[in-house]
Design a protein around this ligand. Structure first.
Ligand SMILES: CC(=O)N[C@H]1[C@@H](OP(=O)(O)OP(=O)(O)OC[C@H]2O[C@@H](n3ccc(=O)[nH]c3=O)[C@H](O)[C@@H]2O)O[C@H](CO)[C@@H](O)[C@@H]1O[C@H](C)C(=O)N[C@@H](C)C(=O)N[C@H](CCC(=O)O)C(=O)O
Ligand SMILES: Nc1ncnc2c1ncn2[C@@H]1O[C@H](COP(=O)(O)OP(=O)(O)OP(=O)(O)O)[C@@H](O)[C@H]1O
Ligand SMILES: N[C@H](CCC[C@H](N)C(=O)O)C(=O)O
Ligand SMILES: [Mg+2]
Length: 489
């Protein structure tokens, strides 16, 4: 596409030349520049992309889009007020508006996004739909996986991903939509058909500062959902009726509403719930009838994720029998309440609970079936919301018999300072302090007795640990299996 053609889509811009090069790729990272690229300068949180414009030119960029004039460049410079916004517009156009002709489901909320997107994916696959998935664990196009840094990538990566999905004939895409992405505008240009809300509890206050602005960011997904009545293309907001924030999101959206819940009357509900340590049975009540279902996942939070997924799929015109077949076959998601079986006579669970609410939910669930003591190996991430640390420590001591405070991903912070923040939440309670995560896991496994349950929380599927600037191989499940092996064999 020629530069001038691309620029017709930007309402306000200035350009310093009449040159009109052919653009063969759009990049926001100078390290990705190829011959023919348009380089977009983004002023980031750590560095300013404008400082890399020269490097981009040297690497073959044929044009630059920037927020301020740049000296000593021989290629056209397009000036805009906000390069991130311009990037979203250009990415959408350059990649052929890929979300306009695919069914796009977005899932937002503090906890349960990854799990819910995977349940939706399973249902759509059982319904023979070709799917793409974007989220914390990976970008998945059919069976092909690509690892990513962010849960919800920047608009450029997003639109390119949707374009690749279209090339692979994906008809249904499901994505996790983080509050950061909503706040920064990474999803501008995404034409969602269905938007799903899981829940809102404390996290990310380092970024959003208050729960009110965190809620506002989540609400943007619903506010931006097809704000006109196109009766050929109805947009649907799937909201958790048991969550207070849903009442506000209802006011924020013009879309059709479908609610789900357990406590409050809703369109889709779970009734007569019967939980065991292996699974859950309940009556699934929907606008198209009531059926008894048995799922392999445990915990009330899992029922919420299933109800959200069922609602999203009903909103996507999938028939109820297919939905039920899929949710009954769903085995769970990697690193989410995942059982580690090394032949031991106690239970070991690896879970991604890294917020106060998720930790409380998971421990409450374990309490319902634990025959012996509960061990809880838990830490808190560095360079993240500090105020959740004492809360998580308190919850660990409240719901477990042997809490073991350890490191998560300390990142740039001193691990002992993070532990101090956790300890500030407890006074007089019994707990262990083992900063080295591998040693903490070994400690729990060496001390567990028959019937006990060990929860290893916070890192779930992660196969690394970030300490300082370095990333080390680290897999909770692998380490737990090694410790079980050491103890028994
Ligand atoms: C705070 C934040 O959101 N940061 C994101 C941001 O990074 P940044 O602003 O620091 O970028 P930067 O390094 O300053 O670079 C600025 C610009 O210079 C460019 N650059 C940089 C170096 C170079 O050599 N050449 C070059 O061109 C960069 O490509 C970029 O365009 O832009 C990057 C590229 O898109 C993101 O990967 C990065 O996410 C970081 C990794 C992050 O940790 N983000 C978290 C807070 C986040 O967004 N989390 C949410 C929610 C998670 C959840 O709850 O599930 C998520 O969606 O992931
Ligand atoms: N609906 C839910 N309500 C509360 N807690 C949940 C719910 N679903 C899952 N959890 C807990 O939260 C953890 C993370 O779940 P999941 O990865 O699905 O959430 P997420 O929203 O994608 O998280 P992230 O923002 O880190 O990507 C799980 O391991 C479990 O402990
Ligand atoms: N999406 C979350 C994941 C946290 C996972 C936990 N292991 C940590 O590193 O804090 C975040 O980036 O805040
Ligand atoms: Mg996630």
């Amino acid at each position: 596409m020629k530069l001038n053609e691309l620029l017709t889509y930007l309402h306000e811009h200035e350009i310093d030349t009449k040159e009109n090069p052919m653009i063969t790729s759009i990049e926001m990272d100078s390290r990705e520049i190829k011959k023919g690229s348009l380089f977009i300068c983004i002023n980031g949180y750590t560095v300013d992309g404008h400082d890399y414009a020269r490097k981009a030119q040297e690497s073959g960029a044929v044009a630059i889009l920037a927020e301020r004039p740049l000296d000593d460049l021989q290629i056209p410079v397009v000036l805009v007020k906000d390069s991130k916004r311009a990037m979203a517009v250009l990415a959408d156009i350059y990649y052929g508006q890929p979300t306009h002709n695919m069914h796009l489901i977005g899932v937002t909320g503090t906890n349960g996004k990854t799990t819910t997107t995977h349940i939706i994916e399973k249902i759509l696959n059982v319904a023979n739909k070709k799917t793409g998935l974007i989220g914390t664990m990976y970008i998945k196009i059919a069976d092909e996986l690509k690892h990513v840094k962010n849960t919800t990538p920047e608009s450029l990566t997003l639109q390119k991903t949707f374009h690749d999905m279209r090339e692979k004939e994906v008809t249904h895409a499901i994505m996790e939509v983080s509050s950061h992405a909503l706040h920064i505008g990474r999803i501008h240009g995404c034409d969602f058909n269905v938007a799903v809300f899981t829940n809102l509890t404390q996290d990310h206050l380092d970024y959003h500062k208050t729960m009110e602005s965190y809620k506002y960011a989540k609400g943007l997904l619903f506010a931006q959902l097809g704000n006109r009545f196109d009766h050929e293309d109805v947009k649907i907001a799937v909201l958790n009726a048991d969550e207070e924030a849903s009442e506000e999101f209802i006011k924020m959206t013009a879309a059709k509403i479908l609610t789900y819940g357990i406590e409050t009357c809703a369109d889709v509900m779970a009734k007569k719930i019967n939980m065991t340590s292996k699974g859950t049975e309940f009556d699934l009540v929907t606008p198209v009838g009531t059926k008894k279902v048995t799922i392999n996942m445990v915990g009330k939070f899992s029922i919420y994720n299933v109800l959200a997924s069922v609602s999203a799929c009903l909103a996507s015109s999938i028939d109820i029998d297919t939905i039920i077949q899929a949710i009954e076959a769903m085995e769970g998601v990697r690193g989410r309440f995942e059982l580690v079986d090394g032949g031991q006579d106690f239970t070991v669970i690896v879970d991604y609970a890294h917020t106060p609410d998720s930790l409380e939910n998971v421990l409450q669930t374990i309490k319902q079936f634990a025959e012996g003591k509960i061990f809880c190996v838990v830490g808190c991430g560095g360079d993240r919301d500090k105020t959740k640390r004492p809360l998580m420590a308190k919850i660990a001591t409240e719901y477990s018999d042997e809490p073991i405070f350890t490191s998560d991903n300390p990142r740039s912070e001193d691990p002992s300072m993070i532990l101090q923040d956790m300890e500030a939440g407890v006074s007089g309670e019994h707990y262990h302090l083992i900063s080295n995560r591998e040693k903490a896991i070994h400690f729990a496994i060496e001390h567990a007795k028959k019937g006990d349950v060990i929860l290893i929380a916070g890192k779930g599927h992660e196969t690394y640990q970030i300490i300082g600037n370095e990333t080390f191989d680290f897999d909770d499940k692998e380490i737990a299996l090694k410790a079980i092996n050491n103890r028994y064999y």
